[in-house]
Every structure is written in C-alpha cells, then in structure tokens.
Write a protein that binds this ligand. Structure first.
Ligand code: PGA
Length: 258
C-alpha cells in the first residue's frame, strides 16, 4: 500500500502572534500547491487559532505539540483532546523534550495516544533513544519498548504516524545517517507488525526527525521505509521549510516514475 509522505513542522516554544501569522501565511503562499505530501505545522497552543485562520481552506494542516488525556478535569495548565479537536487534526505526542525535560513516561504517552485517537485526533507519536542509551547499546531496546508501550491497547487507523527522533540528533545539526534512520524505522515497523500484523504495519507512516534540512531531506526520502520528516529548527523559516516539502515531493514523485 502506498503511504502518503508527511512533512510536519514542530515550532516548539517559538514565535509571537504576528510572526506565527506571517510564517503560516508565507507557507501558504509557497507550498499550498505542493501535492503528494501531507504538510502539517504545529504551532504553540496559544497560536493555533491564529494559524488556523491563516491556513483556512489551505492544503496545509495544523497540529498541536501535546495534549492532555482528559477534558473537563481539574488539570491546571493542560489542554484536553476535545478542545484540540475543535481546532486541529493532528497532535505530537511523546516528543523527547516532553519525555526528558518534563518527565513524561511511556504510560503517559500511551494514555495520551489513546485519548487522542478516541477523540478523532491523529497522533504523531515520537520515539527515540538518548545519546547515553545509544552508547550503552540500548537503542533497539528503547525503540521497541517505546513503540510497544505507546501503542498498547490502541486500535489505530491506517496511516498512523510515528516519528523516529534520536534525541542526540535533535537541534544539534548532527542528523542520523539515512541508513541508520532507515534501520531504526525498519525495526519499529517490524515491532508493529509483530503486534498488529504486517498489513497494518505497512500502512503506518514512520518519519525521521533530528536536524532535517532542505539539504539532507532528499537522502532520507530516497529510503523506502522513511515516510517523511518531523522538522524543528528548519520549520521556523518559510524558505527552509518550503524547500524540505518541495524536495520530499520531488523525490517521491520521481521514485514513482512520474
Ligand atoms: P530539529 O528538531 O529539526 O531542530 O533537530 C526536530 C524535533 O525536535 O522534532
């Protein structure tokens, strides 16, 4: 089954109201017409409504960067899945900054994935090893554990999105090699096949994330198992993000011989 590639921009804790609107509008002008790639931007919660306005009727979709697992709850500072679902279609869950800076556990990630799916949001579930885990030879074990526990008990739809983001590659300018990323992604897909069947696993979009730029995206997209990218730093400028989207579309369209 052909998997539609995904390029998602994670704006993290950047932008102000005016620059968020400008970035979204600039992207709309530049990449609205690019086909064959699912394009997603994930602004901070506070700017979701503004970005939605800038992208009304555009082909660029909007996602949030996190979600709480319940609505109508005593959960100060959190945003629930039903609230998000009124505004956006996607949500990043279990980003390494949430796991390692804010103490999110595998169980919390799983609870969030289940709550998002139950509400009709499409999770972008992140997994990835730290440098210490990699150096200790634990990469495989970490990826298998995070994948298995993240999806535990879920009935996820075809086309579910996972991002493999080695923590040491995020924001460092030191991207993984395409071969390494492809190997990790193969492992993740095999684990999903073991739990949910090969046919289901073949529908899952598995992205690479970590220092992706317009200059290295083609290399990642040339690997059959890599279905796109989750982009941080390079998603904050129109030109940089547009180049990634355009390159991804070019490589995939070329690969199909069109
Ligand atoms: P980066 O971030 O592209 O700046 O490395 C990726 C991410 O955190 O999703």
């Amino acid at each position: 089954m052909a998997r539609t590639p995904v390029i998602a921009g994670n704006w993290k804790c950047h932008m102000r109201l005016d620059s968020a609107f400008e970035l979204a509008s600039g992207l709309r002008d530049r990449i609205d017409d690019v086909q064959d790639v699912e394009k997603i931007v994930c602004p901070p919660f506070l700017y979701l409504a503004t970005v939605e306005v800038a992208l009304t009727t555009s082909s660029i979709m909007v996602g949030a960067q996190d979600v709480h697992w319940e609505d109508d709850a005593a959960a100060t500072g959190e945003v629930g899945p039903q609230m998000l679902e009124e505004l956006v279609d996607y949500v990043i869950i279990g980003h390494s900054e949430r796991r390692h800076r804010f103490g999110e556990t595998d169980e919390m990630v799983n609870t969030k994935v289940q709550a998002a799916l139950a509400t009709g949001l499409q999770p972008i579930m992140c997994v990835g090893e730290t440098l210490e885990e990699r150096q200790a030879g634990h990469t495989e074990g970490v990826l298998l554990r995070q994948t298995r526990s993240g999806l535990n008990g879920s009935e996820f739809p075809d086309g579910f999105i996972i991002a493999y983001e080695p923590v040491w590659a995020i924001g460092t300018g030191m991207a993984a090699t395409a071969d390494d990323a492809n190997g990790a992604i193969d492992l993740i897909r095999r684990e999903i096949a073991a739990g949910f069947g090969q046919a289901k696993a073949d529908t899952v979009r598995i992205l690479y994330g970590g220092s992706v730029t317009g200059d290295n995206i083609a290399e990642f997209m040339s690997r059959e198992g890599i279905d796109g990218a989750l982009v941080g730093g390079a998603s904050l400028k129109v030109d940089a993000f547009a180049k990634i989207v355009e390159e991804a579309a070019r490589v995939r369209t070329g690969a199909r011989g069109n």
